[in-house]
Design a protein around this ligand. Structure first.
Ligand code: HEC
Ligand code: HEC
Length: 462
């Protein structure tokens, strides 16, 4: 949107320059990701290897013209012997909703038919102005409902989007939406990507409604579900409803800490249990001793001050905005690379200077207008974090190992950053334990959510 408004207000020659600069920036971003990937064994290198898709493309040897991609295609995650229950085609919310240990109560019920309708719309590319881009292409189910391979997504006609796409797991429990918290309701939120010129690029809400109204498969579904049929309001209700169904708790950590599934009659977290009791529960709950060690370090290092736990649930996020120095680091990064890699083995030397101001991101201060909120971003949840690389608001950190190294070094080094972000002096093995803990926050049901995302027909597939 920023790019477009700038382009409108500048003379034609600069416009050409700006679009060129934008194109190049996309490539610069891609190249930076590729380099990080090559040095870290792949953006998705930390993902569970049992995952059949979305492992990422390490782009090793990308600089050679004989490069061959190792990306796995995005295919449905249905395993050979898996028979999806009938409910799955209706949105399949029942199974997934069982994985809620450790999460707060879900407010308001979910209607399977409404979830199913929202799901079909979420993956329907015809919701974008030129019928190319669905919500599900930036929030990819097999890639943690984000994109594992891009730091920041590419939207309508290749336009760059300045922030990393947040994962939508457990979005039902988020009070502030967007990384600067400028929105608070999922129902209102949907209009932002639908209308943003660099995302789905529709001109108006009415245009979106008119287009969907012309699709034969949706009319009766809206009519069955809502008295008023298809309207701006009911479209947003359906999309929000699907997103609310993406709950993903009952991780190994939850089984250990909140304990309901231990089957031994204990009621879960007490904080006073002795370590022998801990050990017994660990074996049952698949929460490794190393992850437990990591949890202790997590508490000692002060991570839980912002990535919070409550007594009956834990979102690992306080709903507030903090400056960890990522914005500062981004602003100070070298913005003028000498050469840009366009494709395997093909480089160009940009003869223009790359204007990056248009991608500037001030964080929370854009919403409040307070200077002191510059570069503050919403604390992200750490649930399922091992599935949602890359990290931070700009996707600048490719894997958890480097996130932990970032914190261990004291954050991004902004003199204004939160005082709690300071050098930690953790040993390599302590850092590994911290990662094991973060991995233990992964819900087993996320594969099910990906499966259900692809179950049943999507309008575009007729
Ligand atoms: C071009 C890629 C792209 C498309 C298409 C897209 N999104 Fe997003 N989405 C993003 C990015 C990037 C953000 C973060 C923006 C920000 O914080 O300023 C985001 C944020 C969100 C959020 C807020 C999540 C949070 O944690 O605060 C929700 C919800 C969401 N998108 C849902 C949708 C829905 C529904 C659609 C389809 C109508 C959609 N998105 C289409 C990229 C995309
Ligand atoms: C002062 C509050 C604060 C503290 C303390 C803190 N964090 Fe964060 N954390 C944040 C914020 C804010 C972000 C997002 C920054 C951004 O988007 O640029 C973040 C991002 C992250 C991410 C990336 C998540 C994602 O989806 O992008 C991880 C992982 C993380 N923190 C783990 C930790 C660990 C481990 C510790 C302790 C060593 C810690 N944090 C301490 C506030 C904090």
């Amino acid at each position: 949107m920023l790019a477009l408004s700038l382009a409108k207000s500048t003379p034609p020659v600069s416009r050409v320059f700006i679009s060129l600069a934008f194109g190049l920036l996309v490539f610069v971003a891609l190249e930076a990701m590729a380099e990080q990937a090559a040095s870290s064994g792949g953006i998705g290198g930390e993902r569970d290897t049992r995952h059949r898709v979305g492992l990422g493309d390490s782009r090793e040897n990308y600089e050679s013209s004989s490069f061959v991609t190792h990306s796995e295609a995005i295919v449905p995650l249905v395993l050979p012997n898996t028979v999806l229950e009938e409910g799955a085609n209706q949105g399949g919310i029942h199974e997934a909703l069982e994985f809620r240990l450790g999460l707060p109560p879900l407010k308001g019920g979910l209607r399977p038919e409404e979830v199913a309708l929202g799901r079909a719309l979420f993956f329907d590319r015809r919701l974008s102005a030129n019928a190319t881009l669905s919500c599900g292409m930036c929030h990819i189910p097999e890639q943690g409902f984000t994109q594992n391979e891009l730091a920041t997504p590419v939207g309508h006609e290749g336009r760059s989007v300045r922030r990393n796409a947040p994962s939508l797991y457990n979005v039902a429990f988020r009070e502030n939406l967007f990384l600067d918290g400028r929105e608070s309701s999922l129902e209102n939120q949907v209009w932002s990507p639908l209308l943003a010129a660099n995302e789905m690029a529709n001109d108006s809400r009415a245009e979106v409604i008119a287009r969907i109204a012309a699709m034969p498969e949706y009319g009766h579904q809206f009519a069955n579900l809502y008295e008023e049929g298809l309207t701006e309001r009911t479209l947003s209700l359906a999309l929000a409803s699907y997103q609310r169904s993406l709950v993903a708790g009952t991780s190994p950590f939850d089984l250990w800490y909140f304990g309901a599934a231990s089957g031994d009659g204990t009621t879960g977290h007490s904080g006073n249990r002795d370590s022998s009791e801990h050990r017994g529960r660990l074996a049952r709950a698949d929460f490794s001793p190393e992850a437990e060690k990591g949890f202790v370090i997590f508490l000692q290092a002060g991570c839980a001050a912002c990535h919070t736990l409550e007594s009956h649930s834990a979102m690992f996020a306080d709903g507030r905005f903090h400056n960890t120095g990522v914005g500062f680091r981004r602003e100070n990064a070298d913005k003028q690379p000498h050469r840009v890699q366009l494709a395997p083995g093909i480089y160009i030397k940009p003869s223009v200077s790359l204007e990056t101001e248009v991608l500037s991101d001030q964080g929370r201060s854009e919403v409040t207008g307070n200077k002191s909120d510059r570069w503050r971003y919403r604390t992200p949840t750490l649930r399922n974090v091992s599935a949602t690389a890359p990290y931070m608001h700009d996707g600048s950190i490719p894997n958890l190992k480097e996130v932990i190294a970032f914190y261990n070094e004291g954050g991004g080094g902004d003199p204004q950053q939160d005082a709690r972000i300071r050098p930690l002096g953790l040993t390599a093995s302590e850092q590994d334990s911290l990662i094991a803990f973060l991995e233990s926050l992964r819900a087993p049901s996320i594969d099910l959510l990906a499966q259900q995302a692809r179950a049943g027909g999507i309008g575009d597939l007729r």
